[in-house]
Design a protein around this ligand. Structure first.
Ligand code: ATR
Length: 265
């Protein structure tokens, strides 16, 4: 039986095994998908297991999306652009690192519901997933992207790669049509980001990359103020579907039943 994995640390919140095992069964593929909490020093050996065909493929999540790169033979264009790998597999004896977060984010926003073209965006956080969000937003044709990160230097580092972004001090406000949380603040139910009151106007779109818990305080507060909100579930589902397609060459089904099944956790 073929083996697939998600690696990360921590991993309790991950729904990747649940969604992939659902699709494996639905498509009658004889494989299993597990999760494994690793440390930095385990990464090299983990890649060796893929090389030795003990593992067929893996998803990579926080905090390894960048750290894994030095062990990869070939990066896809998306992974190169984002400097971030979330999907790994072997092809013709090469370890391939791919990024499906960009597509996941892009596909999670339905233009008939929310259209970010020509809009001003504020991104909170400059960690592993931020470059994928920036690239997805560029594909949507947004007007301006401002990044605010607790550690300003990391946002400035991001600007070295994406010169078109603006950098804002943590805790400061800027006029934005959409505010996207890419930080890990919210993974714990009690977590809360202190945001300037002026950001909560009713026509502002609040998006949280976090999908578990379903409603972070960031989302709850925005909802209470009458803003449009979206959590990271559709991004998660779409990135998972793109990984599934990469490994199995089958585009899995995304429907209401699947969403309900995932939310029922
Ligand atoms: P990494 O730091 O390895 O990139 P990540 O999980 O990809 O890890 O990113 C975590 C993001 O959440 C970062 O933007 C981080 O801000 P710092 O760069 O200042 O660490 C942000 N973050 C985590 N805890 C935070 C907190 N309590 N307040 C504000 N931002 C926080």
């Amino acid at each position: 039986m073929k083996k697939y994995l998600v690696i990360g640390n921590p991993l309790e919140h991950s729904l990747s095994p649940k969604i992939h095992n659902f699709w494996l069964k639905e498509n009658k593929i004889n494989a299993i998908y597990n999760k494994e909490t690793l440390l930095d020093e385990d990464l090299e050996n983990f890649i060796k297991m893929i090389r030795d065909k003990k593992i067929e493929g893996a998803n990579v999540t926080v905090p390894f999306k960048e750290k894994i790169i030095k062990f990869i033979d070939i990066l896809s264009d998306e992974a190169k652009d984002a400097n971030s790998v979330n999907t790994v597999y072997m092809s013709e004896n090469n370890i391939i690192g791919h990024n499906t977060d960009i597509a996941g984010f892009y596909l999670s926003l339905k233009p008939e519901i929310i259209n970010l073209k020509d809009k001003n965006i504020l991104i909170l956080g400059a960690g592993g997933v931020a470059p994928s969000i920036i690239l997805g937003l560029r594909m949507m044709g947004v007007k301006k992207i401002t990044v605010s990160n607790r550690t300003k230097n990391k946002a400035l580092k991001l600007k070295e790669k994406f010169s078109f972004i603006e950098v804002l001090n943590w805790g400061e406000a800027v006029k934005a049509n959409a505010i996207i949380n890419t930080t890990s603040v919210g993974l714990k139910k009690t977590d809360e980001i202190q945001l300037d009151k002026s950001l909560f106007t009713s026509d502002t779109f609040f998006y949280d990359v976090i999908y578990n818990p379903r409603e972070t305080n960031f989302i709850k507060k925005a909802k209470n103020k009458g803003c449009i909100v979206q959590n990271g579930l559709m991004m998660f589902i779409n990135q998972a579907a793109a990984s599934f397609k990469t490994w199995h060459n089958i585009m899995p089904n995304i429907d209401k039943n699947l969403i309900k099944f995932l939310q029922n956790d």
